[in-house]
Design a protein around this ligand. Structure first.
Ligand SMILES: C[S@@+](CC[C@H](N)C(=O)[O-])C[C@H]1O[C@@H](n2cnc3c(N)ncnc32)[C@H](O)[C@@H]1O
Length: 272
């Protein structure tokens, strides 16, 4: 496993410790949950249920799973014939992928580091950059996007999913019959916690306090960051997982997710 130089980024250091804690406890996003089907089409659906990579050739593609430790995705890309590199700040998250790849008899390259600095990779060295649910953990989204634009080959595809910037500002803020944002939309600082224990992660009956520092990067930061990095956006989607009709406790985060999107997905292509 390659290791990037010592980190001096306090936010990254803190979030690395939190992800180590989460990974050691086996919380969400740190275990390869479920079992992918055996067919190529089934594997693609399992990994990419909303088909953001529809039409993109994966056999032989150079794929970067950015902050993609802990789950199936890098291993599925490899099973689909990709030449896969997984980059993550957490050694435990990377080890989970390494062990899964060995069990599944595929090869993935593991690189440890902070996504704000991808200098370990050459310019234009990937055809696909797959980046799920981790941009919230860095303060400077534009810098990450600039790095993505640099390492992406011309004509290559970048798929980003992250927290919806409005909804993230509203979680846990329901009082007296309504939600109120914890910070304004225009503030780029970390979104504060509202519970006195710090942020508690839940999986079934398991609970773990792991107050990751999270930023709700605004649409203009993301879209303009992509443009500045030489990419064009060709799709933007807002969604919540689960059933919008389901019964939820009034004012809970799950209730909020039925009213506002939990996540955004943005797809961009590097200009040729
Ligand atoms: C929510 S998990 C996503 C895991 C995987 N991509 C998935 O979708 O299941 C967030 C990941 O981001 C990683 N991470 C957090 N901050 C990072 C940083 N600054 N640089 C690289 N990886 C980071 C964590 O270690 C963790 O593996």
């Amino acid at each position: 496993m390659k290791s990037k130089r010592v980190l001096t980024d306090k936010i990254a250091q803190h979030n690395k410790q939190m992800w180590e804690r989460l990974a050691k406890a086996g919380m969400n996003y740190t275990r390869p949950f479920g079992r992918p089907p055996k067919t190529r089409a089934g594997m693609r659906r399992f990994m990419d249920p909303r088909q953001r990579l529809k039409g993109v050739r994966l056999d032989g593609a150079r794929v970067l799973g950015l902050a993609a430790g802990g789950g199936w995705d890098p291993v599925i890309f490899a099973k689909l014939g990709g030449d896969v590199t997984v980059f993550d700040i957490s050694p435990t998250q990377l080890k989970t992928v390494k062990d899964l790849a060995a069990r599944q008899r595929v090869k993935v390259r593991l690189v440890r580091g902070n996504m704000k600095d991808l200098s370990v990779f050459k310019d234009e060295s990937f055809d696909v950059v797959w980046h799920c649910h981790s941009l919230v953990f860095v303060d400077d989204a534009a810098r990450v996007l600039k790095e993505v634009g640099r390492v992406l080959a011309r004509g290559g595809t970048y798929v980003l999913s992250t927290m919806h910037p409005t909804t993230l500002r509203l979680y846990g803020s329901y009082r007296d019959g309504g939600w109120s944002p914890k910070i304004t939309y225009f503030e780029d600082k970390p979104v504060p916690y509202t519970d006195e224990w710090g942020m508690t992660w839940t999986l079934g009956n398991k609970q773990l306090v792991a107050p990751t520092i999270e930023f709700g990067h605004r649409f203009e930061t993301i879209i303009n960051g992509m443009a500045a990095a030489g990419m064009v956006v060709d799709g933007l989607w807002e969604f919540s997982p689960g059933d919008p009709e389901s019964d939820t406790e009034l004012g809970s985060d799950a209730h909020l997710d039925t009213l506002f999107p939990a996540f955004i997905e943005v797809r961009a292509r590097k200009l040729s």
